[in-house]
Design a protein around this ligand. Structure first.
Ligand code: ZN
Length: 233
């Protein structure tokens, strides 16, 4: 099986369409989405429609939850807050019902998928380092755990002595962000797991960042949300 794992699309339609095209060229059998489909970007409804069409499996992100649950906005910065209020106005009742129905975690074939972290996914913890990843190791039993949320890709071994990805050891893998990368690199990030070849690849994809930025400005969303796409931070 070739499994593509996408996360943190954040309503960036240009990034999502470029990534879906790359996934098609990579001949992935299946797509999993780790949440934050909406928030920040200018195309929430179109991105939701594409995710529903292409990703058979999807879990809930904090920006998705903030659309339908006001208390989830408590720790949002002013930019995120402005974006979620605008986003809620763009979505249909059916779109919101879809977000409401997303689970915090999904497990299959010895893999766990969550937006933030395996320990209490509803608390939206971040995993930024190998040490933080190892602290999560006892909170799931699967061999692999895939996360997003920080927008910074990373492959973290959970067994001592292991460095690079292997098909037998345990790992927590952050696939990075499709629509708002924050590792000072504007190219969209996603993960490609090949269970036959026993490989994992952190892929980067170029997209029409200028158009995505222009749409954010045209929608009246904060300028910072446009600028950070090009700087990747
Ligand atoms: Zn996010």
């Amino acid at each position: 099986m070739r499994l593509a794992i996408i996360s943190d699309i954040h309503a960036n339609l240009e990034a999502l369409t470029a990534v879906l095209e790359d996934i098609r060229l990579q001949q992935a059998d299946r797509i999993v989405c780790l949440g934050d489909i909406v928030g920040y970007g200018a195309d929430p409804a179109a991105c939701l429609a594409l995710v529903r069409e292409h990703a058979g499996i999807c879990v809930l992100g904090n920006h998705d939850a903030a659309v339908f649950a006001a208390h989830q906005r408590a720790y949002f910065n002013p930019f995120a807050l402005a974006a979620v209020r605008w986003t809620a106005e763009q979505l249909s009742a059916e779109d919101v019902a879809f977000l409401r129905g997303l689970p915090y975690r999904i497990s299959f074939e010895n893999m766990l998928f969550v937006h933030s972290a395996p320990r209490a996914p509803e608390e939206w913890d971040y995993v930024f380092s190998g040490m933080e990843a190892r602290m999560q190791a006892r909170h799931f039993f699967e061999r692999l755990c895939f996360v997003g949320h920080s927008h910074i890709p990373g492959v973290y071994p959970l067994d001592s002595g292991v460095r690079d990805y292997t098909p037998v050891d345990r790992f927590l893998i952050n696939v990075g962000s499709v629509g708002q990368p924050r590792d000072r690199e504007w190219h969209s990030a996603y993960g490609l797991l090949d269970t036959v070849a026993g490989s994992y690849e952190a892929r980067r994809v170029a997209y029409d960042v200028e158009t995505a930025m222009r749409k954010i400005r045209d929608a009246g969303l904060p300028e910072r949300l446009a600028e950070r796409l090009r700087s990747g931070e």
